[in-house]
Design a protein around this ligand. Sequence first.
Ligand SMILES: [Mn+2]
Length: 241
Amino acid sequence: MELELKNRLFPFHQEKGSKILKDGGRLIVIGDVHGCIRELEKLLKKIDPKKKDRVLFLGDLINRGPNSKAVIQLARDINAISLLGNHEFHLLQYYHNPDSIELKTYERSTLSSLDEQDWNYIASMVLWLESPPRKLVFVHGGFLPHIPWRKQSASIVTNIQVVDKAGLPRKRNEVSSGKPWADLWKQKPYVVYGHTPRAKVYKRRYSLGIDTGCVWGGKLTALILPENKIVQVDAKKKYIK
Ligand SMILES: [Mn+2]
């Protein structure tokens, strides 16, 4: 399949959030969906987005769960903005250089379900979004606390969960002594992120993690701004062990 992607992989473009919302509209920020289409539909029904509102997905719309394609299609249909998650990043890396990437079984099944429009949507995902400038930043994984956040790579900001003793970004289960990056993030901007599933939203002074592990049988969470309200639905089941 030969595609012409509307956006290049590198550099990812960045958006100024001030442009995305109409006056009086709400920003509906949704955590990691991972193909959980039924929970996503239920969550949106509960929130009832109006024309002025905008949906922002924090990345990892795909993989692991029951229907990645349906989630991408829904995101396109409602003109949602999506941030790049590590799962989309991995597929895009495969797309650009198939020989360098080994895919998991669930990635292969996602891959075979995607059409050109789906790919274009995935390729349009932004690395992070600032809204309004400098006050609030949305990103999939997070940031290293000791490097200016705008300078951090796609690999870091989509994958980071904890910081190890050497100050490197790691997955939570890779190191026993790692500290959640959010615990070390003691400065502005305020960061809203997903990627690290937890039983509850993870609130710190300068950050909020809203991945509540829907695909693991937890909840799908939305943060609604500006009212700062959390809306959740329970997962219908545990989709993976
Ligand atoms: Mn993730």
